[in-house]
Design a protein around this ligand. Structure first.
Ligand code: IPE
Ligand code: IPE
Ligand code: MG
Length: 241
């Protein structure tokens, strides 16, 4: 059999559970927020590296629906970091052809942050080099519940017939509408769970769980993982030819 052509087996959509910021800081005797700040620096590097690695869609888990259980200080610190990231990166993302969008329930978020999120989404909407999706107050179950509610409202109003509800119709109600499914989900920090991430969308994703803490994750490590991905045999339920 001919060697695999890795250029065609690169994942187009990579989703990352960026975990381990807190432990990275604690190991050094620093406050957890220092780890989050370092993590945000890594985000910038990884985003910049993606187009050259053949990644067209990058989806990052930044704050889960369960992360509100953390201290007020940590939650507020993270929210401030998200605002700062948008403000400081807006020009660069626009110039580099990155489309930035957000998934998750934004209603409970602070009005100023929501304004920044809406603004950057509009500003970068026409960019096509890389679609960067950031999950803030995101949970897969919460997303499915919101989709089910909107679908039920449309059904009750007679806008959609129950028999017309199929996979494509349901997908139209998800936050990720228009995004292809992730080919590869990476979780850093050694935990081997998905913590409510992209439950519907990852039905056929490949997974990589790596021990590296997120602030230590580099473009070189991402590149290694993408090389390994190329060797995988994705069958989607069929038999290999
Ligand atoms: C991931 O790092 C970032 C967020 C969940 C916001 P953690 O903050 O979960 O870091 P650990 O898991 O405590 O090390
Ligand atoms: C998942 O990490 C959420 C994000 C990376 C934003 P957590 O650290 O919150 O997940 P658990 O609590 O270990 O499952
Ligand atoms: Mg964690």
């Amino acid at each position: 059999m001919a060697a695999k052509d890795t250029s065609t087996t690169r994942p187009s959509h990579v989703a990352i559970i960026m975990d381990g910021n807190g432990r990275w800081a604690t190991q050094r005797g620093w406050p957890r927020l220092v780890g989050h700040r370092r993590g945000a620096e890594r985000v910038k590097q990884i985003v910049r590296a993606c187009p050259d690695l053949g990644v067209k869609y990058l989806t990052l888990y930044a704050f889960s629906t369960e992360n509100w259980k953390r201290s007020t200080q940590e939650v507020l610190g993270l929210m401030a970091l998200f605002s700062r990231y948008i403000e400081r990166e807006a020009d660069r993302l626009s110039a580099e052809g990155v489309r930035l969008r957000f998934i998750g329930d934004r209603r409970p978020l602070d009005g100023r942050l929501r304004g920044l999120m809406d603004g950057i989404e509009k500003r970068t909407a026409a960019n096509t080099r890389l679609t960067l999706t950031v999950a803030i107050n995101y949970g897969g179950r919460n997303e499915l519940v919101r989709a089910a509610r909107a679908l039920a409202a449309d059904a009750a109003a007679g806008r959609i017939a129950p028999d017309a509800v199929d996979e494509a119709a349901l997908e139209g109600y998800l936050d990720t509408v228009g995004l292809p499914d992730p080919d590869l989900v990476i979780r850093t920090s050694g935990e081997t769970r998905i913590s409510n991430y992209l439950l519907w969308q990852s039905a056929y994703a490949e997974y990589e769980f790596i021990p590296t803490l997120w602030p230590d994750f580099t473009p070189a490590k991402l590149s290694e993982i993408l090389d390994r991905f190329a060797l995988r045999d994705r069958r989607f339920g069929a038999l290999t030819a």
